[in-house]
Design a binder for this molecule. Structure first.
Ligand code: BV8
Ligand code: ZN
Length: 242
């Protein structure tokens, strides 16, 4: 299995990788829908939404601050680093992530397409200005924009919100011209991200899934590796270098 994947990679020019929370789980970041999931006592659709923020900005801000706290302590794992090295084996290599944790950037990946935004960035809901500096949320009130007084929110894509048009169309274009598409550590249920591997396969790419659990994508995949990404990806790089 791994041998013929190595052969295929050596013959491929364009590669797209889509990652989800699973690739960060070995860094200690809880996944969204796993047992220790982030959504533990909440359902994703309840908390990561505009409604939740409008009706209970406090809870939403506290949740994001808790996640930022948690994520600021973790480091990239061998899976992230392997995806940096994998880029060397292709003429055209695109890393698309649903994660908002900046771990791919910290590992050294470049030109990352962050489909769902980034938890360390804030923006004003009113004038959309990006607010980069640290935001301390005091229990009483949420931060307001110094330019227009609007409410400030984490610059992530909530459920029911559009993704950045440029980013998602670039993601589809790259997926549809890929020779090989790797889906790593995602439950493949959140759209439009989950359509990328399907479109890629339909356009003729070899579809590879790396996930210790099966997903709606598993049946469609040409290769399915039931391993944690932090173990499997470094092995793949080792074989490619051999
Ligand atoms: C849109 C950012 C509309 C915020 C996130 C019904 C009701 C409501 C909405 C919908 C609905 N049906 C469809 C929708 C649309 C909705 C959607 O797809 N919902 C799903 C749940 C059905 N999508 C949207 O709302 C999107 N917007 O559609 O706009 C629209 C359209 C046109 C015009 C106007 C409007 C926006 C989606 C973005 C939501 N934002 N996050 C934040 O982070 O706080 S989504 C959230 O889920 C994260 O970004 C996360 O990345 C993403 C996907 O989850 P995964 O990454 O896959 O993580 P998960 O825990 O699920 O899985 C982890 C996997 O890793 C598991 O499979 C596990 O086995 C594996 N794993 C574990 N350990 C390892 C491992 N793998 C490898 N190695 C390991 N060691
Ligand atoms: Zn503003």
């Amino acid at each position: 299995m791994l041998e013929n994947l190595v052969e295929i990679i050596k013959k491929s020019k364009n590669c797209v990788v889509l990652t989800g929370a699973g690739i960060s789980s070995e860094s200690g970041v809880p996944t969204f829908r796993g047992k220790e999931g982030l959504w533990g006592k909440f359902r994703p659709e309840e908390l990561a939404t505009m409604e939740a923020f409008m009706s209970n900005s406090q809870v939403v801000w506290e949740w994001y601050n808790w996640r930022r706290e948690l994520m600021s302590k973790v480091k990239p794992n061998p899976g992230h680093y392997a995806l940096v090295e994998l880029a060397e084996f292709f003429d055209d290599y695109t890393l698309i992530t649903q994660n908002v944790d900046s771990l791919h950037k910290m590992a050294g990946s470049e030109d990352i397409l962050e489909l769902h935004g980034n938890i360390y960035r804030n923006k004003c809901m009113n004038c959309n200005k990006i607010v980069d500096e640290e935001i301390e949320i005091d229990p009483e009130s949420i931060p307001l924009c110094i330019y227009c007084g609007g409410k400030i929110r984490p610059d992530v894509v909530w459920f029911g919100e559009m993704l950045n048009e440029l980013i998602i169309s670039e993601a589809f274009t790259k997926s549809e011209t890929a020779d090989i598409f790797l889906s790593v550590g995602t439950s493949a249920i959140v759209h439009p991200a989950a359509s990328l591997p399907v479109n890629s396969k339909r356009s003729g790419a070899i579809l590879v899934e790396i996930n210790p659990e099966m997903t709606p994508l598993t049946d469609l995949a040409d290769f399915y590796f039931e391993y944690p990404s932090g173990e499997f990806l470094p092995k793949l790089i080792e074989k490619l270098k051999a």
